[in-house]
Design a protein around this ligand. Structure first.
Ligand code: FAD
Length: 410
């Protein structure tokens, strides 16, 4: 039986980043993934703010496109912001994960694709992990000091039995990858477009993100909870198709791929973070943000925090991952709970008019303020837009009154 310091299950952003950091530190790591290739589950829209490249040392060849502009549309309102510099990226999700895995190998560790985790048992300070090699149709076992669950929403290692799982908020996303004609592509090539409201995207949000080579990612996501006002909505893919056919109206297009996935998110962040020498990272501990669905950057951040503890554990400096859980809560809990409260209101409670008004207020914000709200959850910036909106409305109202009064005097 082969021995490892760490076995990481799942080559998503969190698992890849965790395995990469530990391999770089010289630990003997095995990274395993159930799919044969990174294209097999290329599900993520993968937009991030630009800092992700420098913060996590990601090279430009993983980038599908850069974006400078933002647009937000609701049923009756549309707002658009431009910048002369790149504010973010849309990753090629397959290339990003492939790169992380390649780094694991470059640093002397191993990556096994087409290899499915199915059970483990802990014995003393070591764990035996059972893996199914799909192609060979055979089962093998390996031994490790630490086992990392990075299986995303599946939580396959931490919760082998569904009965033990806490209740989760469920969301579903579907995305069409299109190749469009050059003229259509130019309109969207540097812009992230988001759709809200009952017409475009009831009970969630939709988007158009650019990729290279005349490609656009067009998708929609909903939260599978009852809406306070809406009783019935159309199938999710109908909203994506509506955006393609009614909003984008490409002259020509080809559907290259249709993919989707779900998120399962613990609203109270009461996932299990560790159990003896088993530790969970990424979406397994709900690092995806429920308001915007951004999870790559946060999965990286969580993986880095986990690696500090894993490193200390392997060096016998600590004997429990309690400090990891504590640190994760300190970093995520406050913002994540606030985002989730807002998510519930915007996607599941507000009237369409209220959503229109919210988007209208955004007019008075700069693109940097908007980035701070969308990606850094600084919601106090929103009231800046609201105050400006009220002030301008009041000014207009007073102007009208004064015109009426002057007219009457004449
Ligand atoms: C439609 C959609 C759009 C999104 N758009 C964005 C976006 O624009 N920006 C952003 O930042 N985030 C986005 N996200 C969220 C983001 O993709 C996730 O938060 C992120 O991928 C989570 O990373 P992870 O490593 O925790 O898990 P995952 O990426 O889910 O990786 C888990 C891996 O574990 C593997 N696995 C599962 N079970 C087993 C097993 N038993 N054995 C072996 N392997 C196993 C899976 O195959 C998978 O490769 C989106 C999500 C969806 C669904």
């Amino acid at each position: 039986m082969q021995n490892f310091d760490v076995v990481v299950v799942g080559t998503g952003p969190a698992g890849g980043q965790c395995a990469r950091i530990l391999a770089k530190k010289g630990w003997k790591v095995l990274l395993v993934e159930q799919h044969e290739t990174f294209l097999a589950n290329n599900f993520s829209s993968a937009a991030s703010p630009i800092e992700i490249l420098s913060d996590y040392d990601i090279p430009s060849h993983c980038v599908g496109s850069y974006w400078n502009n933002l647009a937000i549309l609701s049923t009756n309102v549309s707002r658009h912001w431009e910048s002369s510099e790149s504010l973010g990226v849309v990753f090629d999700f397959a290339k990003l994960r492939e790169y992380l895995a390649a780094q694991v190998k470059d640093n002397g560790s191993e990556v096994w694709m087409g290899c499915r985790y199915f059970k483990h048992y802990q014995q003393g300070d070591r764990t035996t992990v059972f893996l199914q090699l799909k192609k060979q149709n055979e089962t093998i076992s390996v031994s490790t000091k630490i086992l990392v669950d990075a299986t995303g929403f599946a939580r396959a290692v931490m919760y082998p039995s569904k009965k033990e799982r806490p209740s989760f908020l469920k969301g579903t996303g579907i995305e069409y990858l299109l190749r469009v004609d050059g003229e259509t592509y130019q309109k969207y090539s540097q812009t992230l477009v988001f759709f809200l409201g009952y017409y475009w995207s009831p009970q969630g949000y939709s988007w158009i993100f650019p990729m290279d080579d005349n490609q656009l990612k067009v998708g929609s996501a909903i939260y599978n909870e009852p809406h306070k006002i809406l009783k019935k909505i159309a199938p999710l893919k109908d909203y994506t198709k509506q955006i393609i056919e009614i909003y984008i109206q490409p002259k020509n297009y080809e559907v290259l791929d249709i993919h989707g996935s779900i998120i399962e998110y613990s609203k109270e962040l009461d996932d299990r973070y560790y159990q003896n020498n088993l530790i969970a990272i990424g979406d397994t501990v709900s690092t995806v943000n429920s308001l915007g669905g951004e999870g790559i950057r946060h999965g990286f951040r969580g993986a880095e925090i986990a690696c500090q503890s894993i490193n200390a554990y392997l060096k016998n400096e600590i004997d429990s991952f309690a400090s990891y859980q504590k640190q994760m809560k300190e970093v995520f809990e406050r913002d994540w709970k606030q985002c989730d409260r807002i998510r519930k209101k915007v996607y599941l409670e507000y009237s369409d008019r209220k959503i229109d008004l919210g988007v209208a207020y955004l007019k008075y914000l700069s693109i940097n303020d908007l980035i701070d709200i969308l990606f850094y959850y600084k919601f106090d910036k929103f009231s800046k837009g609201l105050l400006k909106y009220i002030y301008l409305k009041l000014e207009l109202f007073l102007k009208k009154i004064s015109q009426i009064v002057t007219h009457k005097k004449k």
